[in-house]
Write a protein that binds this ligand. Structure first.
Ligand code: 13P
Length: 255
């Protein structure tokens, strides 16, 4: 089963809509059309920039895809400050990050909520990027596999095999996020491989087609070694995606 690589830039809470327009334009100047044949390129700006970035993408016919960083699990209603899946889908958002460790740790998102969000994203015909990973304490206590298994079980609960096959899962060890400490290619592929084997066990057949990407201090200097591992299907990039030059170098990891 052919899995197309995917490299996504999670801008987190950075950039105004004016800066976002410039960032996506600069990124597009630095990429060749043939790059998009090798990699699905995704930018994930804050909500306030989605409309502006979508307009640039469509006006200039850029093959860049759009992602959102979060979503509420209900379709509409009295949820002040929240954004729903149909709202994102109407902006032609393709991907939604669900279960990022910053949402889990700083905003108390639990597995039950994450499961509802995954279903909301799928029902609006977008693709969840389901993020998971262990803390340093869990890793040192030998609890990495157990932690990932429980996050995976919760995230996939109630999905059919076809939905699971179409997911993107991001393995993001928390100790590697924003720290400059990347997992070694061996550590990254071991996490990704474990996730793939667990998915295959839960949904036979889906393991070969689900895309599993790595995130945590990915930059232009370490991406090639990560991508050399066949099981790693791409990257979820934070800090390095804010600089269009650096992000373009990550995307063109083979250069
Ligand atoms: P950094 O690349 O800044 O470590 O962030 C990773 C991340 O959390 C992407 O979602």
């Amino acid at each position: 089963m052919e899995r197309k690589n995917l490299i996504a830039g999670n801008w987190k809470m950075n950039a105004t809509h004016l800066e976002a327009i410039q960032m996506v334009q600069k990124l597009s100047y630095r990429l060749e059309l043939s790059d998009y044949d090798r990699v699905d390129v995704v930018v994930i700006p804050p909500f306030t920039s989605l409309r502006s970035v979508q307009t640039v993408i469509e006006a200039d016919h850029l093959p860049i895809q759009l992602g959102a960083q979060n979503v509420h699990f209900e379709e509409s209603g009295a949820f002040t400050g929240e954004i729903s899946s149909p709202m994102l889908a109407s902006l032609r958002v393709n991907y939604v990050v669900v279960g990022h460790s910053e949402r889990r740790q700083l905003f108390a998102e639990d597995d039950a909520m994450i499961s509802r969000k995954v279903k909301a994203v799928l029902s609006a015909e977008m693709t969840p990027i389901l993020a998971m990973g262990e803390t340093l304490e869990e890793r040192e206590a030998g609890e990495t596999d157990a932690r990932i298994t429980s996050q995976l079980k919760a995230g996939l609960r109630g999905l059919n095999p076809e939905q699971v096959s179409g997911l993107v899962v991001a393995y993001e060890p928390i100790w590697a996020i924003g720290t400059g400490v990347t997992a070694s290619p061996e550590e990254a592929v071991s996490g990704v491989g474990f996730i793939r084997s667990q998915i295959e066990e839960m949904h036979p057949g889906a393991g070969a087609s689900v895309r599993i990407i790595y995130g945590g201090s990915v930059n232009a200097g370490n991406i090639a070694a990560l991508m050399a591992k066949e099981d790693i299907d791409g990257a979820l990039v934070g800090g390095a995606s804010l600089d269009p030059d650096a992000f373009a170098s990550v995307i063109r990891y083979w250069m």
